[in-house]
Ligand binder design. Structure first.
Ligand SMILES: Nc1ncnc2c1ncn2[C@@H]1O[C@H](COP(=O)(O)OP(=O)(O)OP(=O)(O)O)[C@@H](O)[C@H]1O
Ligand SMILES: [Mg+2]
Length: 1278
């Protein structure tokens, strides 16, 4: 009696209005909340007083209110309504699907659901035992269960649908052949039936089998007044086809003795013709061939015609056939010689026996009574065997098509019967009912209580009547019970039925010691659990013997009809000493087998009650119901149920079902508990936080007090899967986010380095040009050093740039290199001196420009333009000085002698532009043309006393030692440890993403264990018993906690409080980014400290620049202070920790050249975005990137592609850091131009003229600024 059912989802199905348009969805009605109030209590364990009367009262109240179902725990009580309540419709049925019985009103569907669910969930066979007296509604209940199971068990497969159809078709077929109208029930089952539906492990029906019990074959040859023969005879005689009528000489039912003698041909409410077509249809569904159907009807015709064989009494008292045309026709139907039919029906062959040996054989004519009984015996035998053949034929059709995992059995057996004349049939029927009551007592009362004792559960025994004594009275061998006495009587007086009956009466005397038996002459009384029944002995032994006489069997043996032969497969061997089994033997064996079968399955009970004997839908016969309530033992049932435990199961089964609910027993769906099943079970129940008084541990089983507790466990189990699905989804999303972020970083890194690599390539070319011939400045070798060319940002149209373009008349020529430098200027009569100049290199020429002051104004003018083709060679010293000479050959002005910190770069660009056609001469002395043909030299001398750079005086340059000539650039400095920004903050991915540095040592996956009772998964797994529960519980493992919290099932993770942000500006997002309209509200998903935040709008996630967003202040709480206004974007950025080089930048100008943090090409490493919160570098527009494939690649620092107003995505270059390289010439006391702020800064003096004063020391941009400017320029150009 497992009441277990999972808690299903609450279906909000509105009660459909009757007569509503089909297919229309009924509108939900608020009145649903006011559901019809249940009358009485729906579970009688809740009755305040437990008496038979109070039970009856409750049932009556409910029945009168149209509520025919009531529970006692898991036992369903059903009171026959005798009217259609409309409670088995297709609308009602789904309401029970997936629901536990407490969620929905009591119903036979709930029992079916419970059995089906338990079978699937616990992998246990189930059976539904339906008991009650005749007409109480057993067959109806059985059919509803089949209806429900067929409806809910899945399987679109043809063969599964076929099985379902067949199972349902067995009902009309077996009802036609096995049910009849009786005084008690218009559709009384005259046989018992146990239907087992087999399922595969998906819970789909794959086969079925019917076991038939004791057909009441006596009904074939005679019925009590106003009862009928089996339905099929009326169906057949009323509705047979003309062909059948022709073939079998078929008449209407009144023409046949067997169908008309009881004077009941029609039954109100039964349409035989309609039923006949259903029967034929069922035969088709089951797969009976036309031949088989034809032969079945032939047998029916044989029986009907046999019944019409009349005997006349001859003068000698012997019988003779009154009308041989009938026997002739029977012979024709049986395909035997008609003469043999006559003989077999009138004469019995006797054989004398002498001393156990066979003697002579002679014919004994029968008197009419004997002949009639022989005729009836033949008819009964044919029908009985035909019925059994049909059942086995059905079984053959429903043979399981796959391996059977589990089954559900449905037992619908004839109800307890008390007639005026009770004979052997009633004894058998009532005996089987006694056996069923035994099972009920065994399982619900006796075993239950015994189990509590055995399992050492605290228990106060409850008294009940155990009907075992009645079972013993009927079936016991020693001392012999009623069946044994009958068998003995049959054995001793086998020839004469009356003598045998008398012998039996004598034997019953010995039974009188049983208090449930009373011998009363030719009758005897048995006090059954359901009432006292007086049985008539007459004919009992003969019925028990149940043997067709040899003559009749021989007659069948001569038949040419194979079908008939097949109905009598094994004829008893007349020589056998062994007594053939009697009817009581057979019923005893099959009842025993049935009990055994049922005991192996988990039973559900339906106890049907008949409210009156008149099939009235209004009459409630209190006395009759009280009687049933008493004998069904409902009162005891309630008492035991109240005191007991609603559910119990072995520790192994419990663990198997619920191990997922404890982190100690499961990990990632695997069973990991190393202790035994009991300790595991206890751990689960403890961990789930179920109240301690709700469960008890027995010796082999765990007991759960209330079904609600079990349902709660089931709900938790359901939630487990739900939560796991959520986890997997979260992990997947996390992984996808991680993957995208990685991709972005790779792209960003590549984009940035693509340019950086280009610059570095030029630098490396510079190394090649020097070819280890010249000492190097230390800062030239820095890893960050790149040859970026346009240091004056002429291409970027800086103010100075514009000025130089104009001065040099560059037009649209692209500048490859620009820098400040110094030119050695010879003054007449005085020694030459370096003087500041601007050096601008285009594809064609090197321009040397100079700024001069005149009349308080400054003018930049082109001093000299040197076409690259005119340069014959370039000379440089072998020391680390900055001097170079362009050897032009004899010229008016002489060879220019230039000092420039970027001289190597200048040379490199010139060589690149001339395809290396210029020779680079390096040596300790530089030869040059002074003017025209005049040659001169500059000497270079190492002088460590020179503080910085070098000094020129009188053709001699003094310079301290530099780095060795063969020096290479230092490697790119490693980024500081610990700056790596974790790729994900999520719980499921390790900080910084998966890494091979720290293998997954922190969370070892616990070894999975075989479930108790199952074989081990791997040989390596320790047997569960090997470790004690204490060690197991202390096992150092930390599996993820599936259900959180001790009591409630783990709730799905709560939705975190999300911060809402408003878009301050519109933003046009690209792939992976969030396009924003001004004032859009978005949810913050993740803050990335690179300045980009992951936000969610309308369920879609994307990245957006954080400085475009402003926090929507949370809704004001009662006394909460007003939220602080969102800080301005700039203020939001805490002084970012600049990457290593950035920190160093302001200290010295030189350092800032090579290691400026915002010099994008070098700053980008995975996880290291612009520290100032500038836009992610991959923000650069595609066209900007594509336009950067010239020799001086465009910078990747993006300009804001967004609306003009919003803050730039990229950080602006910092204003005027300390001047970089050579910002202040060290040679010469006074800079050539006065120190002034950069263009755009506050000018100390009013500007005169069109040309702005060039930037002095700060005029030359540092690397990063140059790049940033250029990027902005590109963006602006677009
Ligand atoms: N739930 C029900 N709703 C409506 N009518 C019912 C219901 N149950 C039974 N009946 C009516 O009662 C009649 C008898 O029911 P049923 O044949 O199931 O009895 P039974 O217990 O199988 O009796 P028997 O032991 O004689 O076979 C049915 O034919 C039907 O008319
Ligand atoms: Mg029935």
């Amino acid at each position: 009696m497992a009441p277990s059912k999972k808690a299903g989802k609450k279906g909000a199905a509105a009660t459909p209005k009757k007569g509503g348009a089909a297919g229309k969805v009924a509108k939900a009605d608020w009145k649903e909340g006011f559901k019809k109030k249940q009358v009485g209590v729906s579970d009688m364990t809740l009755l305040t007083t437990i008496t038979n009367e109070s039970i009856n009262e409750n049932l009556e109240k409910r029945w009168k209110n149209g509520e025919i179902y009531t529970y006692i725990g898991a036992v369903l009580i059903s009171v026959n309504p005798f009217r259609d309540l409309g409670i088995y419709t297709d609308e009602v049925l789904p309401r029970y699907k997936g629901k536990n019985r407490l969620e929905v009103p009591p119903h036979v569907f709930a029992i079916a659901e419970s059995a089906y669910y338990n079978m699937n969930a616990y992998h246990e066979n189930q059976c539904v035992i339906i008991s009650g007296e005749s007409g109480a509604g057993k067959t109806e209940a059985a059919k509803r269960i089949m209806q429900y199971i067929a409806a809910v068990s899945g399987g679109q497969d043809n063969s599964i649908q076929e099985i379902k159809d067949m199972v349902l078709a067995t009902n009309p077929l077996l009802e036609s052949f096995g049910c009849a109208k009786t005084l008690r029930n218009n559709n009384s089952s005259r046989h018992g039936k146990y239907l087992e539906i087999m399922f595969n492990d998906h819970g789909e029906p794959i086969g079925a089998q019917i076991t038939n019990y004791l057909l009441e074959k006596g009904r074939v040859v005679g019925q009590v007044e106003n009862e009928r023969n089996f339905h099929i005879f009326y169906q057949f005689t009323k509705a047979a086809s003309d062909a059948q009528r022709e073939a079998f000489g078929l008449q209407t039912p009144e023409a046949y003795a067997y169908t008309s003698m009881s004077n009941c041909l029609d039954v109100p409410g039964i349409d035989d013709a309609q039923d006949f077509s259903e029967t034929i249809n069922a035969m088709q569904v089951i797969g009976l061939s036309d031949y088989e159907q034809n032969e079945i009807f032939r047998m029916l015709a044989v029986i009907l015609w046999l019944g019409n064989v009349q005997y006349a009494e001859k003068d000698d008292g012997n019988a003779e056939i009154a009308d041989t045309s009938v026997t002739d026709f029977v012979g024709y139907l049986l395909e035997v010689d008609p003469a043999l039919v006559q003989k077999a029906l009138t004469i019995r062959t006797m054989e004398t026996q002498r001393g156990g040996r066979r003697g002579s054989v002679y014919d004994v004519p029968l008197n009419p009574a004997q002949a009639t009984s022989g005729r009836d015996a033949l008819a009964k035998a044919i029908y009985n065997n035909l019925f059994e053949w049909i059942v086995s034929r059905i079984n053959a059709s429903m043979k399981p098509r796959q391996t059977t995992s589990q089954l559900i059995g449905i037992l619908d057996i004839f109800g307890f019967e008390i007639f005026e004349d009770n004979s052997f049939e009633q004894l058998c029927i009532n005996y089987v009912n006694e056996k069923l009551q035994q099972i009920f007592i065994e399982l619900t009362l006796k075993t239950e209580q015994e189990e509590y004792v055995r399992e050492q559960i605290k228990w106060t025994p409850i008294k009940y009547f155990n009907n075992k004594i009645v079972c013993d009275l009927i079936e016991e061998r020693r001392p012999p019970g009623i069946f044994a006495a009958l068998n003995d009587a049959c054995a001793t007086a086998h020839a004469d039925p009356t003598a045998a009956d008398n012998s039996f009466i004598q034997r019953t005397a010995s039974l009188a010691s049983n208090p449930h038996f009373e011998a009363r002459g030719a009758q005897f009384l048995v006090k059954h659990y359901a009432g006292d029944v007086m049985y008539n002995v007459a004919g009992m032994t003969d019925k028990n013997k149940d043997l067709l006489v040899k003559d009749l069997l021989d007659l069948i043996g001569t038949s040419g009809n194979q079908f008939l032969q097949g109905l009598f497969p094994d004829r008893p061997d007349p020589n056998s000493k062994k007594r053939p089994p009697t009817a009581s033997d057979r019923i005893k064996v099959s009842a025993g087998a049935l009990v055994e079968n049922l005991m192996r399955a988990q039973p559900s009970y339906i106890r049907t009650i008949k409210p009156n004997q008149n099939r009235s839908s209004t009459e409630y016969d209190t006395k009759a119901v009280l009687h049933q309530v008493k004998y069904l033992g409902l009162q005891e049932n309630i008492r035991v149920r109240r005191a007991g435990f609603a559910y119990r199961n072995t520790f192994e089964k419990m663990v198997e079902r619920f191990y997922l609910l404890s982190p100690a027993t499961s990990y990632a769906g695997e069973y990991i508990w190393q202790g035994d099943a009991k300790s595991g079970c206890e751990r689960i129940l403890t961990d789930t936080g179920i109240a301690r008084e709700e469960w008890q541990m027995g010796v082999t089983k765990a007991f759960i007090k209330n079904p609600e507790t079990l349902f709660a466990l089931e709900t938790m189990r359901d939630r487990y899967w739900h939560n796991m699905a959520g986890r997997i989804q979260r992990a997947w999303r996390n992984y996808m986010r991680y993957k995208h972020e990685c991709a972005r970083r790779i792209q960003r890194f590549w984009k940035n380095n693509k340019e950086s690599i280009e610059y570095a390539k030029i630098r490396d070319y510079g190394h090649q040009i020097l070819a280890g011939r010249k000492e190097r400045r230390r800062f030239s070798l820095l890893g960050y050093r790149r040859f970026m060319g346009d240091y004056l940002d002429i291409n970027g149209k800086s103010a100075l740039g514009e000025e130089l373009i104009e001065a040099c008349d560059l037009g649209r020529d692209k500048v490859t290199f620009s820098s400040r430098g110094q030119l050695l200027v010879s003054k007449l009569g005085r020694s030459s001196k370096p003087s500041p100049r601007f050096l601008v290199l285009t594809e064609k020429a090197l321009y040397i420009a100079v700024t001069n002051a005149k009349d308080g104004q400054t003018f930049t003018t082109l001093e000299r333009k040197i076409n690259l083709v005119t340069i014959k060679s370039i000379s440089m010293s072998n020391l680390r000085d900055d001097w170079l000479v362009l050897n032009l050959g004899p010229t008016e002005e002489g060879d220019p002698i230039i000092s420039c910190v970027f001289k190597t770069e200048l040379v490199t660009h010139m060589l690149k532009l001339t395809q290396g056609s210029i020779n680079v001469v390096i040596g300790p002395i530089i030869d040059y043309n002074k003017k025209k043909e005049k040659k001169a030299q500059i000497k270079f001398i190492k002088d460590e006393t020179v503080p910085r750079n070098d000094t020129y005086k009188s053709h001699t340059v003094h310079v301290p030692s530099g780095e060795p000539p063969n020096s290479q650039s230092y490697p790119m400095p490693k980024r500081k440890e610990g700056v790596v920004r974790p790729i994900t903050q999520g719980k499921l991915l390790r900080k910084g993403g998966p890494s091979d540095k720290k293998p997954t040592a922190s969370r070892p996956k616990p070894a999975s264990q075989p479930l108790p009772g199952k074989s081990a998964v791997t040989p390596a797994v320790k047997p569960p018993a090997a470790t004690s529960s204490t060690t197991a519980s202390a096992a150092p493992r930390a599996p993820p906690p599936p259900p959180r919290g001790p009591v409630a099932p783990p709730p799905p993770p709560p939705e975190p409080d999300v911060d809402l942000y408003k878009a301050k500006y519109a933003f046009e997002g690209q792939e992976g980014e969030m396009t924003l309209k001004k004032d859009d509200i978005v949810e913050l998903v993740e803050k990335d400290d690179n300045g980009w935040w992951l936000v969610k709008k309308d369920g879609v996630e994307g990245w957006a620049p954080h400085n475009y967003l402003e926090l929507v202040p949370p809704k004001p709480k009662a006394a909460a202070p007003p939220p602080p206004p969102p800080p301005p974007p700039a203020a939001k950025r805490p002084t970012p920790a600049p990457p290593a080089a950035a920190a160093a930048a302001p200290k010295t100008g030189l350092q800032s050249v090579s290691a400026d943090p915002s010099a994008k090409p070098v700053a980008v490493f995975p996880g290291m975005a612009a520290a100032n919160g500038s836009a992610a570098p991959w923000k650069k527009t595609a066209s900007a990137a594509s336009s950067s494939n010239d020799i001086t690649p465009a910078h990747s620092r993006p300009g804001s592609a967004a609306a003009p107003k919003p803050p730039p995505l990229a950080a602006k270059p910092k204003p005027a850091p300390p001047p970089p390289v050579a910002s202040k010439p060290t040679v010469g006391a006074k800079p050539p131009v006065p120190s002034a702020p950069r263009p755009g800064g506050a000018a100390p003096k009013p500007k005169v003229g069109g040309v702005q004063k060039p930037g002095p020391v700060g005029g030359q941009l540092d690397l990063a600024a140059a790049l940033a400017k250029r990027a902005q320029q590109i963006a602006h150009d677009q």
